[in-house]
Ligand binder design. Structure first.
Ligand SMILES: [Zn+2]
Length: 316
């Protein structure tokens, strides 16, 4: 028969001598907290603590009370979450005069915070977690953010992640645990949206004359800065910037796969570098023009997708 693990006391900041309640995690860690702070953060805790509380046993009969609902005279509240999860949540309930708020460094931290703030109806903490979820550091992995947002039914955050997901090909699905929480239906909807958005981007380029207009504007707005003994000039003899063909060949075919990306690939940068090797000024101007053009294309694709009424309806 296995011996039950003896609870261990958590270290700072969950060891305050004035704490008036112990939160015991599922992995048997005792985190000392304050009833008032928990009540202020969560109406669930407020209700719990408002109920008639059991009284601590008399010291005379309490030689060992570690397995009872009291420890060191403090009520022990058993929660089903592990101590790692609880530290994030409880840490945000403590004032900065005791300890700095724990950073939500990973998506796991954010998901833990969302899980507990939802469970314990801690609205302010939920707001914090949602803000972090939509932050730029996590949007580098938009499918993970999308999965977390779907798990908790957070539509604005899910839609923000979708816009970032349009910058990635949907062929390389990350094998991460968040994906377990996303339904095949929601993922299918995202995939469908991505495909239709990509097709819209392609259609914009093929049927609306966008590229011709763009070339005319580039020819008009980007003047040759200079010519010299080494510089062949920014444009060719026909007045077209020398980078134009490289851009069309490199960037345009990828629009369907990553319809929302500001496209300036390393390959295109190298090509531009080779074209303007003797002249840094012309190279700089070319890269700037490509950036602007790509931003313009991204906006145009967005507007075009709207006119085609390409929408994503999530099931929540
Ligand atoms: Zn030059």
């Amino acid at each position: 028969m296995s011996t039950p693990t003896e609870p261990v006391d958590a270290a700072f900041p969950f060891n305050h001598p004035k704490a008036d309640v112990i939160i015991r995690s599922s992995d048997q860690v005792d985190l000392r907290m304050f009833r008032l702070l928990l009540s202020l953060a969560s109406p669930v805790f407020e209700t719990t603590f408002a109920l008639p509380q059991p009284q601590p046993p008399s010291p005379i009969h309490s030689a060992s009370d570690s397995n009872s609902d009291f420890k060191d005279g403090l009520l022990v509240v058993h929660l089903s979450e592990d101590s790692k999860t609880l530290r994030v949540f409880l840490g945000h309930c403590l004032p900065v005069t005791i300890a700095n708020k724990p950073e939500l460094k990973t998506l796991e931290d954010v998901a833990a915070m969302l899980e507990l703030s939802t469970k314990y109806e801690a609205q302010e903490l939920e707001k914090k977690a949602r803000k972090a979820l939509a932050g730029p550091q996590f949007m580098e992995a938009p499918l993970r953010v999308f999965a977390v947002a779907c798990r908790f039914g957070l539509k604005p955050e899910a839609m923000a992640a979708v816009q970032y997901a349009l910058c990635e090909p949907l062929t390389d699905i990350p094998d991460v645990k968040e994906m377990e929480f996303i339904s095949a239906r929601d993922f299918g909807r995202l995939q469908n949206y991505h495909t239709r958005y990509g097709a819209a981007a392609q259609a914009l380029l093929e049927s609306t004359g966008w590229l011709d207009r763009a070339r005319r504007l580039v020819v008009r707005d980007y003047h040759e800065v200079h010519t010299g003994s080494v510089c062949k000039g920014y444009k060719d003899d026909a007045g077209i910037p020398r980078w134009w063909n490289a851009y069309v060949e490199d960037a345009i075919p990828r629009v369907q796969v990553t319809p929302c990306k500001v496209i300036l690939s390393e390959k295109l940068k190298r090509t531009v570098n080779e074209i303007y090797a003797p002249c840094r000024s012309c190279e700089y101007m070319a890269l700037e023009a490509i950036q602007q053009l790509s931003c313009g294309l991204q906006t145009a694709v967005g507007v075009f997708a709207k006119t085609l009424q390409i929408k994503l309806d999530l099931g929540f």
